[in-house]
Design a binder for this molecule. Sequence first.
Ligand code: MTE
Ligand code: CO
Length: 422
Amino acid sequence: MSKKPNRTSRRGFLRTALAGGAAAIASPALTADSNPANLPPNVADWSKTLGEGVAVRTYGKPAKSEAHIGRRDVSWLTASPQSSVSFTPLHEIDGIITPNGLCFERHHSGIAEVNPADYRLMLHGLVDKPLMFTLDDIKRMPRVNRAYFCECAANSGMEWRGAQLNGAQFTHGMVHCVMYTGVPLKVLLNEAGLKPSAKWLLLEGGDAAAMTRSLPLAKALDDALVAYRMNGEMLYPENGYPVRMVLPGWEANIWVKWLRRIEVGDQPWHTREETSKYTDVMADGQARRFTYVMEAKSVITNPSPQAPINHKSGFTVLSGIAWSGRGKIARVDVSIDGGRNWRPAKIDGPAWDKALTRFYYEFDWDGSELLLQSRAMDESGYVQPSKTELRKYRGVNSIYHNNGIQTWHVRSNGEVENVEVG
Ligand code: MTE
Ligand code: CO
């Protein structure tokens, strides 16, 4: 790191923007697909004719120029597209809500296309009255709206042994945050009546993988939701249409999609997904089990390898997301020199319980190289660890639950690369 860029000053930003008057604002070079005939003082093409009428686009889509934005997979990561993952383009979105069509997908046997008329949710086991719900039954019950992040335990799992994937989409894109509408699971359980010996629940998915996980009763009676809407719309097929489990703050694997069966028992079932998978192999080879909570984590989404800095220097807004499975994000710090100096980031928008939280850091970039990092702290006082600290405790044998601090190296030409600092 050569020079430390100045702290941001809003007055500084205004000075730069106003100094050259309008010319300074219009000065960026024309890009290849730009047409000078559309620029002021000319009348642009789109101002000369009537546009398309209403209801032609019965379901809206982003502007044509934004059509490149989408979920992406990494072809060499998995053996088949049916048991694979596509990542959220974190560098292309702002705020805290993930648009439905951009939510990362993780399936073990592809997308189940459920006919809602044939959908049933079975609730049985250690209950007074076994029940079978149709989708309409579920929609008639008291409902709530809650925004939560959903993070795969394997998010950042490729980064345990060093910097690997070049893009926030690929290092951190197994997370999304939507507003769910659903019925608290305890409402269904009360309806069935729990036997005194009830302690665990089995959740089973209706896809060909029949994903099954054991859920402790305490979580089921706390904030678990049987959700059927995301951001107001019915769940999309890839996210579990028509019904999925929402387990706030817990690893996404247990958020069973296409939920078809809940069995109440007195002990865990020890399914594949909680024995050979979704356990954390420690440095000594012992595996931790039932590590449900996703600890506090953050990442700078802009700039990042897929979103370089395109202005040469000057006022720069750095943007990112933070989240914690233990509650609200209390604070985010940002470093532009690889963790030597930290400054508080500005949190903007809601900082909701177990939801993504948006932060910004504004500074005057002098064009020198930067090592960008962000560090989240949650309301429990937990501070996101550096990768070195995390490895001291966890070793490097793990796949899951990697919440170490990410470093982006910004070159003076604005290009960004995934790196690690000692
Ligand atoms: N539920 C079923 N039935 N089948 C699955 O393959 N994958 C799990 C979980 N629930 C899965 C499932 C995993 S590992 C993750 S990360 C999340 O769903 C992904 O949810 P999303 O596709 O909505 O992002
Ligand atoms: Co997962």
